[in-house]
Design a protein around this ligand. Structure first.
Ligand SMILES: [Fe+2]
Ligand SMILES: [Fe+2]
Length: 155
């Protein structure tokens, strides 16, 4: 049995943000299942994108992907998915659009966790990984649960 690679400490804050992203996907699915008005879901996905995902994408693009290389196939795929996700989040408040966000964000996060981060921590020096931990501490985002309309919990 192969042991899963332990996530390097420097990448753990990003992995925690990924966990919040997977929770967003779950919240969208719950909202759709409960028939919540699309505008309420949209308000939350707007808040989540601007307060959580935009800073997360910026950090990855500025500090993480360059460690792999700007022309690395995994970097190119991740950048393409960031652009695609950004346009989905700016899209209309429709069931179809929410489903695409939910599916594609899920897939993007799993790709980064399983492929990109694993490759990164195998190929990046300890010293460089240490440098990102210090930069990561400077990025402070509001709590994604700091939102009154928790449509995912009730009808
Ligand atoms: Fe990403
Ligand atoms: Fe990410």
């Amino acid at each position: 049995m192969t042991k899963p690679l332990k996530r390097h400490k420097a990448l753990q804050p990003l992995s925690r943000e990924h966990h919040q992203g997977l929770l967003l996907c779950w919240k969208i699915r719950e909202g759709l299942k409960k028939g919540v008005e699309h505008e309420r879901i949209k308000s939350y996905t707007d808040f989540f994108f601007s307060s959580q995902l935009r800073p997360h994408f910026n950090f990855e693009e500025k500090e993480i992907f360059p460690l792999l290389g700007n022309e690395h196939p995994l970097t190119l795929r991740a950048l393409k998915e960031h652009h695609r996700l950004e346009s989905l989040f700016q899209g209309e408040a429709s069931e179809e659009n929410f489903s695409s966000i939910e599916k594609e964000l899920n897939r993007h996060i799993r790709f980064e966790e399983r492929e990109l981060f694993s490759e990164l921590q195998e190929t990046t020096s300890e010293e460089k990984l240490q440098q990102i931990s210090h930069k990561e501490e400077e990025v402070i985002t509001p709590n994604p649960d700091d939102w009154d309309d928790k449509f995912w919990l009730r009808n």
